[in-house]
Design a binder for this molecule. Structure first.
Ligand SMILES: NC(=O)c1ccc[n+]([C@@H]2O[C@H](COP(=O)([O-])OP(=O)(O)OC[C@H]3O[C@@H](n4cnc5c(N)ncnc54)[C@H](O)[C@@H]3O)[C@@H](O)[C@H]2O)c1
Length: 367
């Protein structure tokens, strides 16, 4: 199979969909890998590294897309890239379709088999291709929040840890999965005052046990959320309903009741965000204010630590890329997790949560 890895074009997206180790394995499996010139540069991977691993370097995007059966990348196709795709092409990347009807329409019209990393789901409910980036985004959310709490950057002028005789900053995390737990872990390490809210009692019990009194856990109800959020210095949004739109847990009224200079980092923005007043932002212009509260809604947070992220992501995606390269779309019938990754195929929506979020008919993919 011909596998194409384009250079990412999203603003300040520096990750790349494959490392030389991945190229090497795929070439040994008998496939050809096309890498767009400079695709790995920002992650510290040179064209020569890819060449030595057995890839062919292609100067521009158009011939790479035209010559590939399978496109492996990091972020969703952008409107300016739509014309590059071939009808019926196999695409493996983050898609996040629930809040993106235009992209969904494009994938359906062009009958693209769109497999979204974020919905590849194991039988125990875990999300192996979201997990590595969620872990990184969760850890970064604390760094980001700490940065914007500084007066210079628009915040209240608070240090997360406080100081002897001065209380620490109060951080509230909504959702205790990969993002939420990693945010909590880092903030606990920084001696912040951390409250985590989740709707899954088993998760709360596990976190309570794991952090031994250093983390306050709350069961998710609108009442508990309001109470915690209005007094928070830093709120981190980290809920997920796999494939679906994030529920708006923090309302406009709650934001209005927060003190000026407080910070919201809504990591769940890629699924629409869990704060009513959040909208997508970019690394170039990451924050805006509503009622004096700073809102951060960058949809590709891990892109900022691209070298760490590229390797963490591709370690997780490579086994699935090999399966797709070996069997084409048939691979999804050999691996149930990969089957749940299929969002669109043959002009139909193939994931129930995506269909529900966009009010489109759902047709399961069958053998
Ligand atoms: N912005 C970015 O760059 C970036 C990077 C990585 C991940 N993400 C996003 O972050 C979000 C979280 O991802 P994750 O991997 O941690 O998901 P996860 O499935 O591991 O965790 C989500 C948690 O939310 C909880 N939850 C669901 N509904 C809830 C509710 N009503 N109240 C409280 N908790 C609730 C679940 O019980 C679960 O523990 C996703 O939208 C993901 O796509 C964004």
């Amino acid at each position: 199979m011909m596998i194409g890895v384009p250079k990412e074009t999203k603003i300040r997206e520096y990750r790349v969909g494959m490392t030389p180790a991945g190229v090497n394995l795929l070439v040994e499996d008998g496939h050809a890998v096309l890498i767009q010139k400079g695709a790995g540069e920002a992650s510290g991977i040179s064209d020569l590294d890819y060449l030595q691993a057995g890839a062919a370097i292609i100067d521009t995007a158009a011939p790479l897309y035209a010559g590939s059966d399978l496109i492996v990348k990091v972020k969703e196709p952008l409107p300016e890239e739509f014309s590059l795709y071939r009808d019926g092409q196999l695409l493996f990347t983050y898609l996040h379709l629930a809040p993106n009807p235009d992209l969904t329409r494009f994938l359906l019209e062009r009958r693209i088999a769109g497999l979204g990393y974020e919905t590849v789901q194991m039988e125990d409910g875990s999300l192996p291709l979201l997990f590595p980036m969620s872990l990184i985004a969760g850890r970064m959310a604390v760094q980001i929040g700490a940065h914007f709490l500084e007066k210079e950057n628009g915040g209240k002028g608070l240090l997360l840890s406080g100081a002897p005789g001065v209380p620490p900053a109060r951080m509230v995390v909504l959702g205790g999965g990969a993002v939420g737990e990693n945010a909590a872990r880092l903030a606990i390490g920084a001696n912040a005052d951390v409250t985590l809210i989740d709707i899954n009692p088993r998760k709360l019990a596990m976190l309570d046990e794991r952090y031994q009194g250093r983390l306050r856990t709350l069961y998710s109800t609108p009442y508990a959320i309001r109470d915690a959020v209005v007094g928070a210095d830093l709120v981190i949004g980290a809920v997920l309903v796999p494939g679906g739109r994030a529920p708006h847990l923090v309302t406009r009224a709650m934001v209005a009741a927060m003190a000026p200079g407080s910070v919201i980092v809504d990591v769940a923005i890629d699924q629409g965000g869990c704060v009513e007043t959040i909208r997508p932002t970019t690394h170039e212009q990451p924050v805006y204010e509503v009622d004096g509260v700073l809102h951060y809604g960058v949809t590709n947070i891990p892109g900022a630590v691209c070298r760490t992220s590229t390797f963490a992501l591709t370690n997780a995606t490579l086994p699935y890329v090999r399966l797709l390269a070996a069997h084409g779309l048939e691979a999804v019938f050999r691996d149930r997790a990969l089957l749940s990754g299929v969002n669109t195929q043959g002009g139909l929506v193939r994931h129930p949560a995506v269909a529900a979020a966009l009010d489109l008919p759902y047709e399961p993919l069958t053998h």
